[in-house]
Design a protein around this ligand. Structure first.
Ligand code: NAD
Length: 248
């Protein structure tokens, strides 16, 4: 079991990549807190998984745009499981608008969830991790953290921020036993892609040398690896999980 006895927190855990990660981490022996918006399908799914995995899964309601809720989430997870070994900072939203007419509210919301949310969760998690002298944080960036794409000014700004935030967190955490890495998924077949029409999806598939969309569990496997001790000498990295998208 690659995560035996580890306590893992996964934000955005109710859907897509997050849900696949919850399931993979449970299968590898972790105790897992699935964190997502109150009212998401997460509570019900976590209860099912908790039965299947003998009391190793909880749901914790959080909106990552609230510092208070994020701090409370980390406090609750540590109170429940006694420690915090891994965090997959995965909650995120999309949005498409041309830059010259991007509404303030939409732009700021995407930055608040996708960048500020990652920072809030990492800041809260660093406290128990520094106290125990170990931990691994994985921040979900994107191919759009290193590439631009028309219509995605807010998303690309946020994801680019996540990549470089990760490097600084890695430098600060290194002396305290905490590793921090990012992952950069290509286009992955999740509900997030409902923003795109079929012609756009076909076009985007063509940009992946492997010739298809990624599957949520393929990203989950990368997050799992980085949170496991197998990645003990990896920090500050941005691991692309993109079917070769950024190779060319
Ligand atoms: P998804 O829509 O299936 O899941 C996202 C989850 O985040 C949802 O369960 C949602 O409720 C939750 N969430 C949204 N706002 C939140 C908030 N304020 N607080 C807490 N939870 C919140 O999407 P996904 O495709 O699984 O995306 C997961 C991550 O992967 C995101 O960070 C996304 O940007 C990134 N990503 C996805 C793709 C892709 O092609 N699907 C590509 C690159 C990166």
């Amino acid at each position: 079991m690659r995560l035996q006895d580890k306590v893992i927190l996964i934000t955005g855990g109710a859907s897509g990549i997050g849900l696949a990660s919850v399931e993979r981490c449970l299968a590898e022996g972790a105790r897992v807190a699935m964190a997502d918006l109150a009212g998401s399908a997460g509570a019900e799914k976590a209860a099912e998984l908790d039965k299947q995995y003998a009391g190793r899964c909880i749901f914790t309601a959080v909106d990552v745009t609230s510092t208070e809720q994020v701090n409370q989430m980390v406090t609750d997870v540590v109170a429940k499981f006694g420690r915090l070994d891994g965090v997959f900072n995965n909650a995120g939203i999309g949005g498409i608008n041309p830059a010259d007419s991007y509404p303030d509210e939409d732009f700021l919301r995407i930055i608040d969830v996708n960048l500020n949310g990652v920072f809030r969760v990492a800041r809260a998690a660093l406290k128990p991790m520094y106290a125990q002298g170990s931990g691994s944080i994985v921040n979900c960036a994107s191919i759009l953290g290193v590439f631009g794409q028309s219509g995605t000014a807010a998303y690309t700004a946020a994801k680019g921020g996540v990549v470089n935030l990760t490097r600084t967190l890695a430098l600060e955490g290194a002396a305290k036993g905490v590793r921090v890495n990012a992952i950069g998924p290509g286009y992955i077949d999740t509900p997030l892609l409902s923003l795109l029409d079929d012609a756009t999806k076909q076009f985007l598939i063509g940009l992946h040398p492997l010739g298809r969309l990624g599957r949520p569990e393929e990203v989950a496997n990368a997050a799992l690896f980085l949170m496991s001790d197998e990645a003990s000498f990896i920090t500050g990295a941005n691991l692309m999980v993109d079917g070769g998208f950024t190779a060319g």
